[in-house]
Design a protein around this ligand. Structure first.
Ligand SMILES: [Zn+2]
Length: 424
């Protein structure tokens, strides 16, 4: 009998040999050289093999808004960008996931439709407090709250009182709370263009919200995950809180590392997001924070919409959200591969997903291959529901050539599995 079902050979990012022996979809052995027989072997030559991205922050919008993206197109686009697992946010699917029944309904649809493994966030809103425990029972990976208007009236913001109660309940359930951290204040902004949008949500909105969330997490002892922080000042607040013992992690997104204010002005509505894109100096310092490990995870915050919601003269009236799931990671890897824990092991550990999170024996054989390219990104490359991306025309040095989930190449035939956390 062969030693492995599958034996793959490729290279590490620093061009050393790497071999994986895989049995029953799980990594049985990993090292520079593996001796042993296998039913199937693939030698990928000079291609670089990397752990699959566990993207803990996507909006695939199903059920209810599958015309914005959907689990089929969204999961295939994520796979094309190096992803093997995603955690879907409780909005902008509709109804949003704020009860056990809505979580179970999304799970049912995703088990039929997703091509990647997945976990599901529940929503923390002023009305959902009684439903946190039932959502935990149904397998929620954690609870997401907005500290400002979410963009949808059906998913109201959590005020400090709701956050306080929600974090206490989440702590008792052994699950984390994730927050969109912006606290709006009145600001003097005129105009309806991108420059006005960028000026309307300054960094201090974020810092105020992060400080409040950290305070409540410290008081309640809850696990806090702050999503899409855009600025090094915000990362510093998190690092200081970690040093005083607060159980907190922080995410940023590829667009806050790849696109600055000038890009936003050039790209237009496809680059509208909240918090907004920042200065080039901020972006440069965010790379430092990432590469020193002060940023814990990278999530796409893929938040697409139909093209008609991105049109008009008033940027404030347009849908805010960046649809970049297919190219964000390869573009980042074109600059550095110094953040692999932030796309794999850190995410699995933070959210207690057993059997995922890196190229180690015992983990699922989830990986992708990267090869050099000289092609710029074209609209015709996009396999998302709508051909919208802020990265059109950019030139990555590397392209994802295949993605593998549990030891099999991801195709439209691949079926994803529902993942649940080990609760603390
Ligand atoms: Zn989001």
């Amino acid at each position: 009998m062969p030693d492995f079902d599958l034996l793959v050979r490729a290279r590490t990012p620093d061009d050393s040999p790497l071999a994986l022996g895989i049995t029953d979809g799980v990594i049985a052995a990993a090292g520079p050289e593996l001796h042993g027989s296998a039913t199937e072997e693939h030698d990928f030559g000079a291609a670089v093999l990397l752990p699959g991205w566990i993207d803990a922050h996507v909006h695939f919008n199903e059920p209810g808004r599958a015309d914005w993206e959907g689990l089929h197109s969204g999961s295939l686009a994520l796979a094309a960008g190096g992803g093997t697992t995603f955690f879907d946010m409780p909005l902008n699917s509709t109804p949003p996931v704020v009860t056990r029944a809505t979580l179970e309904e999304k799970r049912r649809i995703a088990e039929e439709t997703s091509h990647l493994d997945f976990a599901l966030w529940g929503g923390l809103t002023p009305d959902s407090l009684p439903f946190l425990e039932p959502m935990a029972e149904a397998g929620a990976v954690g609870f997401k709250a907005f500290m400002c208007h979410s963009g949808l009236d059906e998913f109201p913001a959590a005020d400090a009182r709701t956050l306080n109660s929600g974090m206490r309940i989440a702590k008792s359930l052994g699950l984390p709370v994730a927050v969109h951290a912006e606290l709006p204040h009145p600001v003097d902004v005129s105009g309806k263009d991108m420059a006005a949008w960028l000026a309307s949500r300054p960094i201090f909105f974020e810092l105020d919200a992060i400080a409040l969330a950290l305070e409540i997490a410290g008081e309640t002892g809850a696990s806090l995950h702050i999503v899409h922080v855009t600025c090094p000042e915000g990362i510093d607040l998190v690092s200081e809180a970690k040093a005083r013992g607060v159980d907190v992690t922080v995410e940023t997104c590829p667009h806050y590392l790849l696109l600055d204010r000038q890009d936003a002005a050039r790209i237009g509505p496809a680059a509208k997001c909240a918090p907004p894109l920042r200065s080039n100096e901020t972006l440069r310092r965010m790379w430092d924070k990432l590469l020193t490990g002060e940023i814990d995870t990278i999530g796409s915050d893929h938040s697409p919409s139909p093209p008609d919601l991105k049109q008009g003269d008033d940027i404030f009236a347009m849908w805010g959200g960046i649809a970049g799931i297919q190219h964000g990671l390869p573009l980042m890897l074109s600059r550095s591969a110094g953040f692999l824990p932030q796309i794999s092991s850190n995410v699995a550990e933070r959210f207690r997903i057993n059997g995922k999170g890196g190229l180690l024996p015992g983990n699922d054989a989830d990986f992708f291959l990267l090869e050099p390219t000289d092609r710029g990104i074209a609209t015709s490359d996009l396999i998302t529901r709508h051909a919208i991306s802020p990265y059109i025309g950019m030139k990555p040095r590397f392209a994802v050539t295949s993605t593998w989930l549990r030891g099999r190449r991801v195709t439209a035939e691949t079926r994803g599995r529902f993942l649940t956390p080990t609760r603390s």
